[in-house]
Ligand binder design. Structure first.
Ligand SMILES: [Zn+2]
Length: 296
């Protein structure tokens, strides 16, 4: 099982001197798990990944794309995903309906005339959709995938990938829940008992991570930056460590979804401080870096 980072910026890509060391592309991860080729999110990092998949393709290929949510930084790469223009590929997109669009419509609208010159239905690859709801499970050849709803505006899914080699959890994007209920339908479900809802959400999140080897976590903000921005739907390294602190045997933590305003020096400092805090809790802390990979 090998997870490779193709993009890990939040919000928008950055291409400026001083911001290159951790990469500038938005969220896109590639998980090779036995025979399964899995992509998580299609931010601008999907372009270099797509180029590599098309170049290395020597026969018919099946690719599974799991979408966390349809915010721009997680889907902007799709219209330029080279395998979609290659008839040798069968691409299945898994994800939830958003608050105002069905899963299929999220993609069809990206290719609409006026925004893009190629219609979705004209793509040569075999495209398929698999609608998910929180709690669903998908069995691929060598991987079992499960999902939960995360605390982020709209509908956002966190994923867990289990194989014979180990387990990886991807949690992006999500915010602390206490006094900050954001997800689609969550406020309604929490109306009569908000404290109980928050506790149930926390327990579900901790259970979802339990037994995993590695968790990649949205740590977009520092503790200073998140003040007044909790409703944006992102976390801090301290919040991630606090969640993992509920586990007897916490997984390694990968800091991810880097703020586009964080330059290399700022990222170095975030990593250093999180590493030190993690060491105090017995948690190995890593940082997502474009081109970097994690092997189980
Ligand atoms: Zn995002």
């Amino acid at each position: 099982m090998r997870l490779t980072v193709y993009g890990t910026r939040g919000s928008y890509p950055v291409c400026r001197a001083g911001y290159n060391r951790f990469g500038g592309n938005t969220t896109c991860l590639y998980l090779r798990s036995g025979q399964d080729q899995i992509i998580i999110d299609g931010g601008s990092g999907l372009l270099p990944l797509g180029d590599r998949l098309a170049r290395d393709c020597d026969a018919r290929h099946r690719v599974h794309v799991f979408l966390t949510h349809p915010h721009w930084d997680h889907v902007m790469g799709f219209p330029f995903f080279r395998p979609a223009y290659d008839a040798r590929f069968a691409i299945t997109i898994y994800g939830a309906d958003s608050e105002n669009k069905k899963l299929e419509q999220i993609f069809h609208s990206q290719y609409r005339s006026g925004s893009f010159p190629v219609a979705f239905d004209a793509l040569p690859a075999r495209m398929g959709f698999h609608r998910l709801q929180a709690g669903d499970e998908v069995r691929l050849v060598d991987t079992t995938v499960r999902c939960i709803q995360l605390n982020h505006p709209g509908m956002d899914l966190g994923y867990r990938f289990d194989s014979a080699r180990g387990s990886i959890v991807i949690l992006t994007d999500l915010a602390p829940i206490v006094g900050n209920i954001l997800g689609l339908g969550m406020k309604e479900r929490a109306a009569d008992h908000p404290r109980g809802f928050e506790q149930d959400y926390q327990s579900l999140l901790v259970d979802f991570i339990k037994g995993a080897d590695l968790v990649l976590y949205d740590t977009n903000f520092t503790e200073e930056e998140i003040v007044g921005k909790q409703h944006w739907g992102h976390s801090t390294p301290q919040e991630a460590l606090q969640v993992l602190g509920h586990l007897d045997a916490p997984p390694g933590l990968v800091l991810a979804h880097h703020d586009p305003d964080h330059d290399d020096a700022c990222m170095d400092e975030i990593y250093r401080l999180a590493g030190r805090a993690g060491a105090g809790q017995g948690i190995d802390v890593f940082i997502a870096k474009e081109g970097g990979s994690f092997e189980l």
